[in-house]
Design a protein around this ligand. Structure first.
Ligand SMILES: *[C@@H]1O[C@H](CO)[C@@H](O)[C@H](O)[C@H]1NC(C)=O
Ligand SMILES: *[C@@H]1O[C@H](CO)[C@@H](O)[C@H](O)[C@H]1NC(C)=O
Ligand SMILES: *[C@@H]1O[C@H](CO)[C@@H](O)[C@H](O)[C@H]1NC(C)=O
Ligand SMILES: *[C@@H]1O[C@H](CO)[C@@H](O)[C@H](O)[C@H]1NC(C)=O
Length: 443
């Protein structure tokens, strides 16, 4: 009786089942707790606001399985290929897009399973990928298969994307964009360059049009050098701590210049310890104005395992003994020697040699990648339009005190006000304009 009812409860059509259950409860066959426990707010939300999506695994290397989740634009596959496709590249490394981008930033539902007003899937197809392998629903059969470098990370992702366009051939002519965040923002120029090269060599059919780099860890040196003054200006640290942090951040910068990325990581641990121990407040590194979001992430983990994962069983996809975590520590550790490896060279190659529209955007409340650091590296990029970019006038972003942008040729840089590290969630108005800007074809 019990197994049988649970089987039915995992189906989407909950409403009929509820009446049926009330009937069974009334008959005394099913205990009342079972009835309350089994209502799944996620399937419930889907029944009111259906969004067509597909989830699949790609074996990117033997034993290394990458999970993707494609949302069709406006919830329907009908005519979807005539609307743009956004491929989202989450950061961490090791943060899971299937949960974070999906329920906390841009998917059709928020983490309370309510429809999201500013979802990206209105008018756009969105492909979320749990990467690198070992993250979210992606997995490896042996921990030795976890990636250790950005190059391996981008190669695996490029393979998953190639497989995607072989599986969903209808999207091969669809204007397609990479949008990225944080460590994903560092990976994005490299990945874009790999994809561009594969397209040129006719190994990939994809209509690649542009990239967005949000809160990008593109130039770890410039971001790190901006940490002490940002924290000091925001009042998060005292002058003594500030002066200590300046010394440490300069050591990190020197180590990065020497390509001693391991030493840079070790000094960075000292910087982090100094700030957290001496500040006297709990700093939310994602957004200096907000309380810590860690509680929300733990709650998200519970909800995904309890409500979302079982629905992925229906399509015989996800192994139910896989425990979904919002971050994979193993993945993060495995990449610890790559954390400070920069990626400006790839961005310069894209600027010099491709027709891609490129936007770099950053929030002004972001501690992880402070806005001044992003502005500093964006202005240092060496490409043919660099002087024009430096001298370009800033233009206001639509909306009330939403920020500024400036542009030269196909490159734009965006100062996003009121936003921390997660721009899609913190300032959806500015984010919408950035998306539209990158997706409009004129310069
Ligand atoms: C949701 O979007 C609609 C239409 O753009 C707007 O009128 C409404 O105020 C928004 N609601 C919230 C809660 O932001
Ligand atoms: C990186 O992680 C490995 C494995 O956990 C560890 O042995 C090593 O000390 C770490 N290196 C750095 C620079 O943190
Ligand atoms: C599911 O995962 C468990 C634990 O990792 C493993 O033992 C089992 O073989 C997996 N099942 C399938 C069908 O792959
Ligand atoms: C890009 O172009 C600039 C000059 O316009 C040049 O100095 C630089 O070396 C180029 N960089 C790359 C990576 O192509």
């Amino acid at each position: 009786m019990f197994a049988w009812t649970t089987f039915y409860l995992s189906l989407v059509n909950l409403k009929i089942m509820r009446y049926y259950l009330v009937f069974l409860v009334a008959l005394g066959y099913v205990k009342a707790e079972v009835f309350y426990e089994e209502i799944n707010p996620y399937t419930e939300a889907l029944s009111y606001t259906p969004w067509k999506s597909v989830q699949k695994y790609v074996e990117v290397r033997p034993g290394a399985f990458m999970f993707y989740w494609l949302y069709y634009a406006d919830g329907t596959s009908y005519g979807a290929d005539r609307k743009p496709l956004v491929i989202w590249i989450q950061g961490g490394p090791g943060l899971a897009a299937s949960g974070i981008a999906n329920f906390m930033e841009l998917g059709p539902f928020d983490m309370h399973m309510q429809p999201r007003n500013h979802t990206w899937v209105k008018g756009r197809n969105v492909l979320l990928i749990d990467h690198p392998v070992g993250t979210g629903f992606s997995y490896v059969t042996d921990k030795k298969l976890l990636v250790k470098t950005d190059r391996q990370m981008a190669t695996d992702l490029a393979r998953a994307i190639k497989t995607f366009f072989r599986t969903h051939k209808e999207f091969r002519k669809t204007p397609t964009y990479l949008f990225s965040q944080s460590y994903g923002g560092k990976l994005c120029p490299r990945l874009a360059y790999y994809l561009h090269t594969a397209i040129e060599k006719k190994r990939l059919k994809m209509n690649f049009k542009g990239i967005g780099i949000g809160s990008g860890w593109v130039d770890p040196k410039e971001s790190t050098l901006a940490h002490p003054s940002f924290l000091y200006n925001m009042g998060a640290i005292d002058q003594n701590t500030y002066m200590k942090c300046v010394v440490i951040s300069k050591r990190i910068a020197y180590a990065v210049e020497q390509k001693n990325y391991v030493a840079a990581g070790e000094y960075d641990a000292i910087l982090y310890r100094t700030v957290t121990q001496e500040s006297g407040m709990e700093i939310n590194f994602n957004n200096i104005n907000q309380v810590d979001t860690n509680g929300a992430l733990i709650l998200l983990e519970k909800k995904i395992n309890k409500y979302v994962k079982p629905t992925l069983k229906i399509v015989k996809i996800v192994n139910q003994s896989l425990e979904w975590s919002y971050i994979s520590e193993d993945v993060f550790q495995s990449l610890n020697r790559s954390f400070f490896v920069p990626s400006m060279k790839f961005l310069e190659m894209l600027l010099n040699k491709t027709q891609l529209n490129i936007a770099v955007y950053n929030g002004n409340l972001d501690v992880v990648t402070p806005l001044a650091g992003a502005s500093n590296w964006a202005h240092k990029l060496n490409w043919y339009g660099a002087d024009e970019f430096k001298n370009a006038k800033r233009i206001k972003i639509n909306g009330h005190r939403t920020g500024f942008y400036k542009k030269a040729h196909r490159f734009s840089f965006w100062w996003v006000f009121g936003s921390g590290h997660w721009v899609p969630e913190d300032n959806p108005v500015a984010m919408e304009q950035i998306l539209e800007h990158v997706m409009s074809s004129d310069e």
